[in-house]
Ligand binder design. Structure first.
Ligand code: AVI
Length: 324
């Protein structure tokens, strides 16, 4: 019986590389930042609040879908599998499924092992017989599964990537990322990817989901400036900027931008950038897929068979994509 989870942290924070990446984006003709910087401690709390907003029903719909179709999912997924939870956070979503799906091992992956430590310890007490591990790694550029995890090549794997985080990649990035996840499924028979995907819907509904009446999403987006100030030493003032959410129909995505309210000069040690009134920093894409287009993306990434469950309004889909 295993009674305590094992924790591994890879690639500790490299301040110089982070600053360089951010400055490269901030000085580009159309300034941009990676959405991963939205999640400092406050940003993560604000995101949790977003999932409770009436306008943002993605998280609730996904949970209902998983609940409603759990028997049919359990019939498709391998029993005794090693569940690898990508972006595990509070481990709640996987925690609801482990027993139902007959998991044989659980690995919680997040950018920092500290984000999963407490939740994993609680989960381990609830499932004392299930071997568990926490892996701290930034997997946005590709998943690394270190030898230290001692994954059993004969044990099937379920890579679990809920919440439509795949939407925060462009289709080209998503294709590369999914190819990497396909490789991460290993070679055991029955392995695959269980992934949640938000679907294309009415643009007004989509824009409201990313610009709620309470202003929580605006706070989430603007908080990025405070995070960048700490990471790069910039002197962004939140009051100089406003949050925008725009549906870009040709690219089938909601874009979040921060727009300068008036001319702003942002300075940092060794440089500066001038923004004219109305200029923006592109802070996030949330791509919205149709079921056939996402199934094709999975097949192009190497997955052999796909099955999708959708809610009655066809606003969200959960795909099971078998690796071979
Ligand atoms: C984490 N990710 C799937 C969220 C989304 O819907 O793209 C992040 C988010 N951004 C604004 N609201 C929520």
């Amino acid at each position: 019986m295993n009674s305590s989870a094992h924790f591994i942290q890879l690639n500790k924070h490299n301040a110089a590389a982070v600053a360089q990446e951010l400055l490269q984006g901030l000085t580009a003709p159309q300034a941009f930042t990676s959405p991963k910087y939205l999640y400092d401690a406050l940003g993560s709390r604000l995101f949790d609040a977003i999932t409770e907003l009436p306008e943002y029903d993605l998280t609730r719909t996904e949970a209902q879908l998983m609940q409603l179709h759990s028997a049919s999912m359990a019939a498709q997924l391998p029993r005794g599998a090693c569940w690898i939870d990508l972006g595990a956070g509070n481990c709640e979503k996987a925690g609801r499924l482990l027993e139902l799906m007959g998991a044989g091992r659980y690995v919680a992956v997040d950018i920092s092992v500290d984000f999963v430590r407490q939740a994993l310890e609680v989960l381990q007490r609830q499932h004392p017989g299930l071997p568990m591990a926490g892996l701290g790694v930034d997997f946005s550029g590709g998943l690394q599964l270190p030898a230290e995890l001692a994954l059993d090549p004969a044990q099937p794997r379920v890579l679990f990537y809920p919440g439509s985080s795949i939407g925060n990649f462009t289709p080209e990035q998503a294709q590369g990322f999914l190819r990497n996840l396909h490789a991460g499924c290993g070679s055991a028979v029955g392995s695959g990817l269980l992934i949640g995907v938000d679907l294309l819907k009415d643009p007004a509904e989509l824009e409201a989901a990313y610009d709620d009446a309470l202003g929580v999403t605006a706070a989430f987006d603007l908080n990025l400036l405070l995070h960048i100030n700490r990471l790069v030493g910039t002197d962004f003032m939140v009051r100089d900027w406003r949050h925008l959410s725009r549906f870009n129909a040709p690219l089938s995505r909601v874009e979040m931008h921060l727009q300068a309210r008036h001319a702003v000069t942002v300075q940092w040690p060794g440089g500066q950038r001038e923004f004219a009134a109305g200029d923006t920093i592109h802070t996030e894409n949330a791509c919205k897929w149709t079921v056939p287009d996402f199934a094709a993306l999975l097949r192009n990434a190497g997955f052999a068979q796909t099955q999708a469950w959708t809610d009655p309004a066809e606003g969200f889909a959960v795909f099971w994509a078998q690796a071979r």
